[in-house]
Design a protein around this ligand. Structure first.
Ligand code: IYR
Length: 218
């Protein structure tokens, strides 16, 4: 028999609801991906709370198929940077088709990834497709969706705390499993540098699609 406990919704008047929804939107509409970091440290205490928030995400059959590996050790960050730049250089110079490079031109990205060393912390997110319990293999469900939602929560928690982040996707990412010594059932999903922006940081002038382009009402 499943065990159920009472759920108490947080309740607001409709005015409060609208105000809270607007404020939430305005706060997160200010979030931008930042690629230039200061080396100012972020406390472990703060990082733990941000990861706890990510861990509140819903997941397939509540398997919570994620692992957040926090890297602050300069030698490890250096090793990750060298390995990521090796792959990314190959991507930018040989593997990415021209159309992709053209699409990235507006963002000004290239294979140099200094931020992997300068940012005070990297959160490397791993997705877990299955768990071994002795001889038995138990698989997880909707792993990509679940981890994606958890990362969304993490990005909002980071922004809410006045920090900045970047969803970095070095490809292929196998080197993270090797450098961070994670088991074979943990697959690198995303690498998130986190910290404070460099002084006078600039971000690309990009626009968000308006509501009528992202929603359909019937
Ligand atoms: N992984 C590369 C390239 C890259 C790809 C996309 I799609 C972006 O939105 C940004 C970058 C990199 O991290 O530079």
């Amino acid at each position: 028999m499943p065990r159920f406990i009472p759920y108490h919704a947080v309740s607001f008047s409709s005015e409060e609801q609208i105000k809270r929804a607007r404020e939430f939107y305005e706060l997160f509409n200010r979030r931008r991906t930042v690629r230039d970091y200061s080396s100012q440290p972020v406390s472990a205490e703060l990082l733990k709370t941000l990861i706890r928030t990510a861990g509140t995400a819903p997941s397939g059959a509540n398997k919570q198929p994620w692992r957040f590996v926090v890297v602050t050790d300069p030698a490890l960050k250096h090793e990750i940077r060298i390995a990521a730049e090796k792959e990314e250089r190959e991507n930018y110079e040989h593997r990415m088709p021209q159309e992709w490079l053209d699409d990235l031109a507006a963002l000004g990205t290239d294979w140099h990834k200094e931020f992997l060393e300068i940012a005070p912390a990297l959160i490397v997110v791993f997705s877990i497709d299955y768990e071994k319990e002795g001889e038995v293999t138990r698989k997880n469900y909707y792993v990509k969706e679940s981890v994606g939602i958890a990362v969304g929560f993490l990005l909002l928690a980071i922004h809410n705390a006045g920090l900045v982040s970047l969803t970095h996707t070095p490809s292929p990412m196998g080197f993270l499993q090797r450098i961070l010594k994670r088991p074979v059932n943990e697959k690198p999903y995303l690498l998130i540098p986190i910290g404070y922006p460099a002084e006078r940081v600039m971000v690309p002038d990009i626009q968000r699609k308006p509501l009528d382009q992202i929603s359909i009402w019937k």
